[in-house]
Design a protein around this ligand. Structure first.
Ligand code: GLV
Length: 311
């Protein structure tokens, strides 16, 4: 099997027991050969060419909850199982989302820069005034596992929650008082709009000039999902114009590149795709990927498949 080299330190020998592993670094192209399993990072595209070059492949165990780096149509046509790593990263990613919300609302980066610059002249009643979260509305674009975990944390900050989702989440609503709305209400009512949807044809570019124009003046946009939900140039323009209050981003269109206009824009908190980056979570993600491979290669079902193969 082919396993991303970068996972080596996160795995225990027992998790690799009985497996014949070839390690591939993220920078190397996917090789051709007789491998039966592939454990890629989310940075590796696995599409038609890769499936053609791996004729014996039975499973792609993606080390991420998102799987937009895998061509599912090509995989399904070849009856290759695809798995992801749900659940284990929910809380870590929700925590990081809140780190971004708080950093944006309370202007953390500007504060750190001011102190480091040596230009801080002391306490001033109007210095770096931010947004008080209590009483404000958190809008969740997507309320799956991560969106809901972000919403549950909002209770402690006294925020009201609105959300969009393909299906209603009655338990989440009971627990948090969240209200399901349509997209236009979500955009119009959110003081903090946080994106928690996968990248699909329906969500790609959803945050563009039209949606940004519908947001409240001074609203905060947070994205810990996938970069291509946001049109970065339009986002930069909204920040430059001051219509958007701040943007906290962990993901980008063309990672690791960040749009130069966004890099230069004011009021941004830009992180390097570290939503799930805790020791515990990254170990669990690697473990689940390997457990999926172990199960499938020993004739069992995948533990966390992203679709079910019809036999
Ligand atoms: C990370 O972005 C993931 O999808 O797990």
């Amino acid at each position: 099997m082919l396993v991303a080299e970068e996972l080596r330190q996160l795995l225990e020998p027992a998790q690799l027991a009985g497996l014949d592993v070839t390690w591939i670094p993220a920078t190397a192209p996917t090789p051709k050969g007789e491998w039966v399993a592939l454990v890629p990072l989310l940075t590796r595209w696995v599409g038609g060419t890769e499936f053609k070059h791996l004729p014996k492949l039975r499973i792609v165990a993606n080390v991420a909850v998102g799987y937009d780096n895998v061509d599912l149509v090509a995989a399904e046509m070849r009856t290759v199982i695809v798995t992801n790593t749900p659940d284990v990263l929910t809380e870590a990613t929700a925590d990081l989302t809140w780190a971004l919300i708080l950093a944006c609302a309370r202007r953390l980066v500007e504060g750190v820069d001011l102190v480091r610059s040596g230009a801080w002249a002391g306490w001033h009643p109007e210095q770096l005034l931010g947004m008080e979260l209590r009483g404000r509305t958190l809008g969740l674009f997507g309320a799956g596992r991560i969106g809901q975990a972000v919403g549950r944390r909002a209770l402690a900050f006294g925020m009201r929650i609105v959300y969009t989702a393909r299906t209603a989440k009655p338990e989440f609503e009971r627990e948090t008082g969240a209200v399901r709305v349509d997209r236009s209400r979500l955009f119009a009512e959110s003081d903090v709009l946080s994106l928690h949807a996968p990248s699909t044809p329906d969500t790609k570019g959803v945050i563009g000039p039209e949606t940004l124009a519908r947001l409240k003046r001074g609203a905060i946009l947070i994205n810990t999902s996938r970069g291509d939900l946001v049109r970065e140039e339009s986002l930069a323009a909204a920040l430059e114009a001051g219509t958007l209050g701040a943007a906290g981003l962990d993901v980008y269109m063309e990672e690791p590149a960040v749009h130069p206009r966004l890099l230069a824009a004011p009021r941004t908190v830009l992180l390097p795709h570290i939503g799930s980056a805790t020791v515990e979570t990254r170990r669990k993600m690697a473990a689940i990927a390997l457990a999926n491979v172990q199960s499938v290669l020993s004739g069992g079902p995948p533990l966390t498949p992203v679709y079910s193969l019809v036999p």
